[in-house]
Design a protein around this ligand. Structure first.
Ligand code: SAH
Ligand code: TRP
Length: 336
């Protein structure tokens, strides 16, 4: 497949792909690593997990017995997709962090059955995901146009194509929980600004529950999540010519009860210094020192409604699975 340089697009009859990333996703990784690895409490933002191997490991996480969010969200979609199609009358679905769009098909089926579906707009930082998803969906849904956007939803929301009619902006998988609270509200406000009077935000959020259930979901017995977590070090080795030994780090997942979020960390097994040649940076780790790689916030209905209200959004529908593990919400701008 032809390589599309940043800021350009490639199109066939049903597929158009815009790319807003420079080469290897480069600058932002270098900036984030320099910033995050030189802090007193080391930290890396989660979007760098998802190279091709990271994306594959994430798919395996979604199949794990301990990782209930994917199954719960799918169950809600299966139960509510027809109602969502009816309430929104959407002609297009924009999906932020679309990945393989596995659950999205439930929604696309419902919009196709309602006879309104015309376009799907997947947005993801992982180039291969957007391309493969566009090819798969145009062949599965005859007549569907796919306008893929390869980019960072924190930087490129203003590059989304103009709406062609009522649309759903979907943000599934609990990915909103990966933002710290301040940026979460800012991000929701940015999404709210994209919504026209006929548009809806469809968002998946994981709910607060027994910490042992939460911790198991992020620390599975087969060690897939641990491998996913350590994968970010392989990304740094490859992209920034670093010399991390992933086996020097232990995977840690714990539920922070006061913040109501899961924290994932990599804990140094021994004291050592890593050289990140691409940044000309030496990074020292004490034995037991931790590098934070992700938070995944868990919500109560009150907190979620508060966040939506702070972004100027009102709840149109609250949907949950029979066990109340996960929530899917439909919200919109209040009519004046
Ligand atoms: N929506 C899917 C995938 C969730 S995993 C599901 O519910 O299962 C999170 C996805 O968001 C990954 O595909 C990852 O590549 C993408 N992602 C993470 N940070 C991103 C960012 N800043 N901009 C765009 N995509 C991002
Ligand atoms: N959005 C997902 C979540 O917070 C991402 C995720 C699930 C994840 N499991 C993970 C990220 C393990 C890193 C490691 O639930």
């Amino acid at each position: 497949m032809a390589v599309t340089p940043p800021g350009t697009s490639a199109a066939t009859a049903d597929i158009r792909i815009d790319s807003h990333l420079d080469g290897a996703g480069g600058r932002s990784l270098a900036d984030d690593a320099l910033d995050g690895l030189t802090r007193p409490f080391k930290e890396l933002p989660p979007k760098h997990f998802y190279d091709a191997r990271g994306a594959e490991l994430f798919d395996r996480i979604c199949e794990l017995p301990e990782y209930y969010p994917t199954r719960a969200e799918r169950a809600i979609l299966e139960q509510s997709a027809a109602e969502i199609a009816r309430l929104t009358g959407a002609v297009e679905l924009v999906e932020l962090g679309s990945g393989t769009a596995a659950k999205t098909r439930v929604l696309l089926d419902a919009l196709a059955a309602a006879g309104t579906l015309s376009r799907y707009v997947p947005v993801d930082v992982t180039e291969s995901m957007v391309r493969e998803c566009a090819l798969a969906l145009t062949s599965e849904y005859p007549g569907l146009r796919v306008h893929g956007v390869i980019g960072d939803f924190e930087r490129h929301l203003d590059q989304l194509p103009e709406a062609e009619g009522p649309r759903i902006i979907a943000f599934l998988g609990g990915t909103i929980g990966n933002f710290p609270p301040g940026s979460r509200r800012r991000f929701l406000r940015e999404i709210a600004r994209l919504l026209g009077p006929e548009d809806h935000l469809l968002m998946g959020t994981d709910l607060v529950k027994d910490p042992s259930v939460l911790e198991a979901a992020y620390d599975d017995s087969a060690g897939v999540t641990a491998e996913f977590n350590r994968n970010v070090l392989r990304v740094l080795n490859r992209e920034l010519d670093a010399d991390f030994d992933p086996e020097d780090f232990e995977h840690v997942a714990l539920f922070d009860r006061s913040n109501e979020w899961i924290e994932m960390r990599l804990r140094a097994r021994r004291e050592h210094t890593t050289h990140v040649r691409g940044l000309d940076l030496q990074v020292h780790f004490d034995a037991g020192e931790e590098l934070r790689t992700e938070i995944s916030a868990k919500f109560t209905p009150e907190r979620l409604e508060g966040d939506l209200a702070a972004a100027g959004l009102e709840l149109a529908s609250w949907m949950t699975d029979p066990e109340g593990l996960f929530a899917l919400t439909l919200s919109r701008r209040p009519s004046l």
